[in-house]
Ligand binder design. Sequence first.
Ligand code: NAD
Length: 259
Amino acid sequence: MSERVALVTGSTSGIGLAIAHKFAQMNYDVALNSFEPTDTWSGLVAELDGLGSGEIAYFPADLSNAETSRGLAESVITRFGRVDVLVNNAGVQKVAPVETFADEDWQRIVAVSLDSAFHAIRTTLPGMTERGWGRIINIASAHGLRASPYKSAYVATKHAVVGLTKTVALEAAEKGVTVNAICPGYVWTPLVARQVADQAKVHGLSEEQVIRQVILAPQPTKQFVQPEEIAEMAAYLCSDWARSITGATISIDGGWTAK
Ligand code: NAD
């Protein structure tokens, strides 16, 4: 049995994958998740399995669906016996003016990022507090602290994830469990690449102009954050040196929220 069992939601791509990779190197057992069937990710499971001495397993669960979302953490506990580290990372984006923002896009964004975090926290926190050690890391966003136009659902959801983080941190404070939100600025991942076309449409710009004038405009460094920078912070939050960091919003945003 490995020292720690980690569940990382939405971990087949981008930031979640970088965190899963790091945890595998730290010899954690890692529960990977996305919505595709298990076969799709057998190669990825084998690749991560080779990185350390922990076990890697994939748990298909569409987190936009309340029922499968509620069951995910339970399935991981059934398979590994416990969850010590929970990273609520899954997230989706949609860029559109609020007047035309589709109901189903609103519901999907809230379900995937916020409702799934609530369900996973409720299921895993009792075991963590019973054992007197746990780490909950919510991947929020600079958009959990600042707004941008045309992202009503995403900004509202990420602000709510920050509120959930602070509340659970207070509830768990005396029980050896820390709860924090990492708030990245723009990280070059498929989620960002996919929104370039939408942004070009609403802003009336070319895709290249969108990257320079819209996406990197609020990020003073004018550089994308790398997924591995987020993974290193997640690893630090899991260390004993981070035991007094709780209820925090940790910005990794190239100076965005300094303004
Ligand atoms: P990504 O698109 O590369 O990865 C998202 C992951 O979530 C994938 O594994 C995907 O399969 C999974 N996912 C999507 N819908 C799902 C569903 N219904 N059920 C289960 N899994 C689902 O995105 P990313 O950029 O790595 O984003 C990860 C997190 O980081 C998100 O919460 C995002 O809001 C946040 N974030 C990203 C950035 C950025 O610039 N990329 C900035 C701030 C915050």
